[in-house]
Design a protein around this ligand. Structure first.
Ligand code: GDP
Ligand code: IMO
Ligand code: MG
Length: 422
């Protein structure tokens, strides 16, 4: 398999973890390049469920090298917990995981600031995961961040931490929040630093050498296109570049080493957190929630649900250069009589084929729908494209066409073998 970037084409939780797991079998290295432990990627191996937050999902395949790239923000304490949890479940991590020395750290004051900012916004809150992601990327851009290289150097870390805690405690006090104890933070981060030391590496050089050898790299996207800080529904976004370009800056692998981009979308749309969702629909939400589906893998929040929206996925194909499309959760529509797909937006006399940048304009957009007859038969046991009901194939082909992409993978269940290559 060529060097492949996999991205979410909607608002996250598209089933990237499952598709990564399927594609990882034929890759040598799997690399996370953006986001932090705001991500939750679910993979089933038989009946065993794994939810990965920072560690690339490829870790579940023995012998694969997994990299947490420079573009990721790492909460070291939570990463240690995740690694220990994986080891307890029988996953081999030592020798397979590499952490970029230039990845920035998420600090306890980032989490507290995230919480405070959300609190202060009241009903205008973003609905963040409260993992400190925004403030951590904020410090990175402001050149006030701490990185893995700092954590690996005890003296330097202690000196820098003193300064950062002092400054952030002033801010926290002014906001009415409890200041942090240097000693407590220092002890927890030093312990995590010692535990993570064997994993820290110059991953840019490691990836350079791997691609030069001809090893094949799979870039594991986190979040989704419309949570991208530049291309998403700002300000209702996360704080990193979740689109394909972020895979290069977030790893140090140059664009001319990339061979293809896979976009993952659900057969419908979900979003967790606040912000516009033009095709949101209570009926489909109730149906999916009643099936026990669409509860967040990181925060457990019920996801908002709606019809598939090809304005969104067409836009995603544009900004990511999606070559191949994977459509997941097709089985979620098995009982629906008439399936709708957003094919354009109308706002007064204006018509939009792509997502307008101004979210106030987007909020005034009304989707124009196309309707498709449902197949009304279970798909979860089907293994071949030709065995899928004709109505289902027609729906998926239309969805891919409307999304300016080539349909390549269809997923009809969470398990590895519930995957159909078209
Ligand atoms: P990610 O963040 O993109 O990796 O997605 P999540 O893991 O947060 O959420 C996707 C959910 O859909 C998980 O519970 C997956 O196990 C599940 N899933 C993925 N593909 C399918 C599918 O085709 N059918 C069903 N029923 N579940 C799926
Ligand atoms: P995966 O990788 C879905 C959302 C949050 C919130 C917004 C900002 O599992 O697809 P943040 O904590 O990042 O500052 O929150 O982004 N969000 C996600 N939604 N899937 C994710 O990751 C997400 N990561 C962040 O819900 O609306
Ligand atoms: Mg998720």
């Amino acid at each position: 398999m060529a060097n492949t970037i996999l991205v979410g084409a909607q608002w996250g939780d598209e089933g990237k973890g499952k598709i990564i797991d399927v594609l990882a079998e034929r890759s040598d290295l799997i690399v996370r390049t953006a986001g932090g432990n705001n991500a939750g990627h679910t993979v089933f191996i038989g009946p065993k469920k794994f939810v990965l937050h920072l560690v690339p999902s490829g870790i579940l395949w023995p012998g694969k090298q997994c990299v947490i790239g420079n573009g990721v923000v790492i909460d070291p304490v939570s990463l240690v917990d995740e690694i220990d949890g994986l080891i307890k479940l029988g996953v081999k991590v030592d020798g397979n995981l590499f952490i970029s020395e230039t990845a920035h750290l998420v600090m306890p004051y980032h989490r507290l600031l995230d919480e405070q900012r959300e609190l202060r916004k009241g009903k205008n809150k973003l609905g963040t995961t409260k993992r400190g992601i925004g403030p951590a990327y904020g410090d990175k851009a402001a050149r006030a961040g701490l990185r893995m290289v700092d954590l690996a150097n005890p003296e330097r870390f202690e000196a820098l931490l003193h300064l950062r805690i002092k400054e952030n405690n002033e801010v926290l006090k002014a906001l009415g929040a409890k200041p942090l104890s240097f000693a407590k933070v220092h002890a927890a981060y030093r312990a995590a630093g010692d535990r993570l030391a064997p994993f820290i590496a110059s991953t840019t050089v490691l990836l350079h050498e791997a691609t030069r050898r001809g090893d094949e790299v799979l870039f594991e996207g986190a979040q989704g296109t419309f949570l991208d800080i530049d291309h998403g529904t700002y300000p209702f976004v996360t704080s990193s570049n979740t689109t394909a370009g972020g895979a290069c800056t977030g790893s140090g692998v140059p664009p001319n080493r990339i061979d293809r981009v896979v976009g993952v979308m659900k057969a419908y749309t979900t979003r967790v957190g606040e912000g516009p969702l033009p095709t949101e629909n209570a009926e489909i939400g109730d149906l999916l929630h009643a099936m026990g589906r669409e509860f967040g893998a990181t925060t457990g929040r019920a996801r908002r649900c709606g019809w598939a929206d090809s304005v969104v996925t067409r836009h995603a194909a544009m900004v990511n250069g999606i070559d191949d499309l994977a459509v997941t959760n097709v089985d979620g529509l098995d009982t629906v009589e008439t399936i709708k797909v957003g094919i354009g937006y109308r706002r007064g006399q204006e018509r939009y084929e792509y997502v307008p940048s101004d979210i106030q304009v987007l909020a005034e957009c009304v989707p124009v729908y196309a309707e498709f007859p449902g197949w009304r038969t279970p798909t979860h046991g089907i293994k071949e494209w030709k065995k899928l009901p004709l109505k289902c194939r027609n729906y998926l082909k239309a969805l891919a066409g409307l999304s300016d992409s080539k349909l390549k993978i269809v997923s009809v269940g969470p398990a590895r073998d519930q995957t159909i290559f078209v």
